[in-house]
Unconditional design. Structure first.
Ligand SMILES: Cc1cc2nc3c(=O)[nH]c(=O)nc-3n(C[C@H](O)[C@H](O)[C@H](O)COP(=O)(O)OP(=O)(O)OC[C@H]3O[C@@H](n4cnc5c(N)ncnc54)[C@H](O)[C@@H]3O)c2cc1C
Length: 302
């Protein structure tokens, strides 16, 4: 029996969905990428646990895709199962200033819901179009704040389908990085936010958002910052002084608004993007002596 024949047994809830040959370009902000062999929107912890065991039993590659806002998928796609967390895996529960969030919840939704309740700490997240899971994996952040700062615990699932509670320290949050990618999946987190005034928090959230829209490209498809900022410097500044803004390979172009964004302006392929990444790295190294490291994750490349 092939794993593809056994997979439908995992998806038991009407709110969960399974599709074969799903174009991943539909599920990434870059709008780039070939097909995943299978794609599941999974809505319960018990189905996710069954999928973890399935992964182990059949040795089939599985990739959790949050909102695909920090992801470059190969032109040849992903020979495995792409998973998106929905339903009870995207829950939001508030008890005073302690907030329990599912990994599938969107960050902008979390940010808006918290401002309405007068809870401060995630105002920076309105302009980050990822999921809570992606934000935990990446320790996403902006304006001097990072998601890990407000996290007290993280729930992860192992290959046996068991949910494990990690402390903040065990999550190993660093700049745009965490130690969470060693688990099968991140399922959620507990946050501790600061009670405050609804109007002040909402204004702060909107000010951050406005500044972001004014300084970063939002109209064209992209995956956020392509490179990590080197210590004490900004990748965007280095790309700018290297004269690379507007530089284009195939359908991929360095934004003229912010040098650290690569845009899909004309049916770019993943190969176009990677060729442009390599060219930027080589030029910045030559002109400034600094080696840029990519922030965007890759899926489906050997
Ligand atoms: C316009 C734009 C602006 C952006 N601005 C910012 C910004 O200001 N600051 C910032 O930090 N980032 C920014 N980003 C990048 C991106 O939004 C963040 O990195 C975000 O946290 C990624 O979340 P995601 O759900 O989209 O993750 P994805 O891109 O779907 O995945 C990223 C990685 O996390 C893994 N992953 C996702 N969810 C899970 C899970 N539940 N369990 C295990 N692994 C998982 C994926 O497998 C992948 O390796 C921006 C992106 C865009 C497009």
């Amino acid at each position: 029996m092939d794993w593809k024949d056994a997979l439908p047994n995992i998806v038991t809830q009407p709110s969960s969905r399974l599709r074969f040959g799903e174009p991943l370009a539909r599920h990434t902000y870059f709008g780039i990428g070939g097909e995943a062999t299978a794609y599941i929107e999974i809505s319960t912890v018990s189905e996710l646990a069954a999928l973890a065991r399935f992964h182990k039993q059949w040795d089939v590659p599985i990739a959790v895709i949050g909102r695909g806002s920090n992801l470059l998928v190969s032109d040849t796609g992903f020979k495995g199962i792409g998973v998106r967390l929905v339903g009870e895996l995207a829950k939001l529960e508030v008890d005073g200033n302690v907030v329990s969030v599912g990994a599938g919840l969107s960050l902008p939704r979390l940010s808006k819901a918290m401002s309405r309740r007068g809870l401060s700490g995630v105002e920076f997240a309105l302009g980050i179009p990822g999921s809570v899971g992606g934000a935990l994996i990446m320790n996403a952040g902006a304006w001097g704040s990072s998601f890990g700062d407000v996290v007290t615990n993280v729930a992860v699932m192992n290959d046996a389908g068991e949910v494990i509670e990690l402390t903040h320290a065990e999550a190993n949050f660093e700049y745009r990085h965490s130690g969470l990618n060693t688990y099968f999946c991140v399922t959620g987190a507990t946050l501790r936010l600061e009670p405050g005034d609804v109007e002040t928090i909402t204004e702060r959230m909107q000010t951050f958002y406005k500044q972001k829209v004014e300084t970063q490209p939002f109209a064209e498809e992209n995956a956020g910052c392509m490179f990590k900022n080197p210590p004490g410097d900004s990748a965007g500044r280095l790309i700018d002084i290297s004269g690379l803004k507007g530089c284009r390979i195939g359908g991929a172009e360095v934004s003229t608004v912010h040098g650290n964004f690569i845009l899909n302006i004309d049916n770019a392929t993943a190969t176009d993007v990677l060729n442009l990444v390599a060219y930027i790295q080589q030029q910045v190294q030559e002109k400034t002596g600094i080696s840029l490291q990519t922030e965007v994750k890759r899926l489906g490349f050997d």
